[in-house]
Write a protein that binds this ligand. Structure first.
Ligand code: GDP
Ligand code: MG
Length: 232
């Protein structure tokens, strides 16, 4: 696909030196800027990302959302603003070459935001941990009951119109980021849909769903965010 839209990509990455070059090289060539948001990685994530052709922005404060916000600030500082922003993890679990599937409904004017759903797509066995599968089910079920929003996943691989993303006034600085975006998109009347995406076992060590601290921290934050945005 050669999109008529100007697309930039943000990748939050913490210690992903092994996977990040693979992620970057699988991103379609029609993407303009690939912005890797690095929070104090102690390995060579920043160097290898830069060598692979990405722009690396540094954020001293840890947190998935904080990294995304810093990368957004960098994009805001550019003279030419993108039409679409894509978020992607740096662990090579997603298939960056599927990006066109996320952009297509936006390009066709059918959606403002498209979530890559792993629940609807092909998942390699073991690519998602049990708490992750259960957590996604619980979060999307609560969102349906409480907000009336229809999602099957909190997948990190997603595309959104840049202007709409700015209107969402994103705040969360860690693992409430994905669900905050989904709830706000629903409450503020964005047209959203999901497309199936593939998912494979990550390269390197999980920072969230594979650790007890990560599961408890992310689970707590996700539930808290659902209640925080109870009403539109
Ligand atoms: N910049 C930044 N990225 C993070 C942080 N924590 C996790 N990540 C990145 O967020 C993505 C998802 O983390 P991951 O460990 O794969 O979580 P999982 O998929 O739930 O197991 C990866 O690209 C990580 O490198 C953080 O504190 N800062
Ligand atoms: Mg992951």
């Amino acid at each position: 696909m050669s999109s008529g839209l100007l697309v930039d990509v943000i990748i939050p990455a913490f210690n992903e030196e092994k996977s990040i070059p693979k992620v970057i090289s699988a991103i379609p060539s029609w993407v303009r800027h690939i912005v890797v948001a690095n929070n104090n990685s102690t390995d060579s994530t920043a160097e290898v990302a830069q060598k692979s052709g990405a722009i690396v922005v540094f954020e001293g404060q840890k947190g998935y959302g904080k990294a995304c916000l810093t990368a957004m600030d960098w994009i805001k500082s550019q003279e030419v603003q993108p039409d679409v922003l894509v978020f992607l993890d740096g662990d090579f679990s997603d298939y960056p070459e599927e990006m066109g599937l996320l952009i297509k409904p936006i390009e066709e004017g059918k959606a403002d935001m498209v979530i890559g759903s792993r629940a609807m797509g092909n998942r390699e066995r073991g690519s998602m941990t049990l708490p992750q599968v259960f957590g996604n089910w619980l979060a999307t079920t609560l969102m349906r009951w409480i907000q009336g929003a229809h999602y099957s996943d909190l997948g990190p691989f997603r595309a959104i119109l840049w202007k709409k993303l700015l209107e969402l006034e994103m705040r969360d600085e860690n693992y409430g980021w994905t669900i905050e975006m989904q709830i706000k998109a629903h409450q503020r009347g964005l047209r959203y849909l999901e497309v199936p995406v593939s998912y494979r076992k990550r390269i390197g060590v999980s920072k969230v769903s594979g650790t007890v601290k990560g599961v408890i921290g992310a689970g707590y934050k996700i539930i808290l965010t659902i209640f925080k945005y109870w009403k539109a």
